[in-house]
Design a protein around this ligand. Structure first.
Ligand code: DP6
Length: 334
């Protein structure tokens, strides 16, 4: 790696930003690891508060790709093969300097790979001189991380597993933009945003290989997506929330049944889930979901989000609470 760092190197490059998203109907399993093709669809909410900003500069002077994440040099193991896809497409061999900053804990089940590869798809394609549609950007982002395909779009988004062998139709589309239906997610961070013990990528592969509940999980996804889209069409938060909670619990049930088990849950996770159930008994629209980490994310309305956030904050071991409304799609900012 060269001695230049983002701190002493004059800023150059194409800059983009993208928001993370949280799946309401989860993606958990692949049908092709090489092309990163999901085994089933998924449905998500893009979140305004969880943003990644990334700049990409293709520089003839570089002998290797360079990656700085949150101001520290980082591994290019996942980045370089992905940049090769862009280079092949643009007909270039130039190495790139990539500088990325997350405004939230990285790699702890807060969907940082989603915003990361979505921002990267926009910045890198532009820096390489490619003019791509949102659908093409979604396909590219998916090659980096399945959930990233959804972060190209605003608000409520559907990921289509696709049928083509090359994955050209495995991409996301918009269902309702952030302006169409403003709903909210309250994120209760458990354990201070520590790095997760097993990545979602490794975990879903292990689950598909060993869990007796894996096929039942995959079979549950299409009807959940259909019902979730009906609920969105009707702006029915209660119906969407019930599917959201059910999909997350089914995904974690399949993961828990893996051999050996995959268990992201901490005692504080359960405390959050119990509190959300109580809130619902008190008449609040609050529906929990969880990803590959101990944090609990609660789908709710804008008007009830403060009450939900206060209830989460009162629990010991909840180190931080973030309230986020629906967010915009990925975009170029410089
Ligand atoms: C639990 O998108 O991180 O957050 O495609 O291997 O990069 P890769 O997986 P990734 O998986 C996300 C899993 C999840 C559920 C979801 O976001 O749908």
């Amino acid at each position: 790696m060269s001695q230049e760092t983002p701190l002493n190197h004059p800023y150059r490059g194409t800059k983009a930003q993208a928001c993370a998203n949280i799946a309401l109907v989860k993606y958990w399993g692949k049908r092709n690891s090489e092309l990163n093709l999901p085994a089933a669809g998924s449905l998500s909410l893009t979140l305004d508060k969880l943003r990644t900003t990334t700049s990409v500069y293709f520089d003839d002077k570089l002998s290797d790709d360079e990656f700085f994440l949150d101001d520290a040099p980082s591994t290019t193991k996942r980045l370089s093969p992905w940049l090769d896809i862009i280079r092949n497409r643009a007909g270039i061999t130039t190495r790139a300097r990539v500088v990325s900053n997350n405004g939230f804990p990285t790699s702890s089940g807060l969907a940082s790979s989603a915003s990361a590869f979505a921002a990267l798809a926009v910045a890198a394609s532009h820096a390489a001189g490619l003019q791509l549609s949102d659908s093409e950007l979604s396909v590219l982002a998916r090659r980096g991380s399945g959930s990233a395909a959804r972060s190209i779009f605003s608000g409520l988004v559907e990921m289509h597993p696709g049928t083509e062998a090359d994955g050209s139709d495995s991409l996301a589309t918009s269902i309702a933009s952030a302006d169409d239906w403003q709903i909210c997610m309250v994120i209760a961070i458990v354990g201070g945003g520590v790095k997760k013990s097993i990545s979602s990528r490794q975990a879903m592969d292990h689950c598909s290989a060993t869990s007796p509940l894996y096929q039942a999980w995959i079979d549950s996804v299409p009807p959940d997506i259909k019902s979730a889209k009906e609920a969105i069409g009707q702006r029915d938060l209660e119906k969407l929330g019930a599917i959201t909670e059910g999909s997350a619990m089914a995904m974690h049930a399949a993961a828990l049944a893996s051999r050996p088990p995959i268990r992201y849950w901490q005692p504080a996770t359960l405390a959050c889930l119990n509190r959300v159930s109580e809130l619902r008994e008190e008449g609040i629209s609050a529906y929990p979901t969880m990803d590959a980490g101990p944090h609990v994310k609660v789908l709710t309305s804008i008007s009830e989000s403060r009450r939900v956030a206060d209830a989460m904050s009162e629990l010991s071991e909840v180190s931080e609470v973030i309230i986020s409304a629906s967010g915009p799609g990925a975009s170029l900012i410089a």
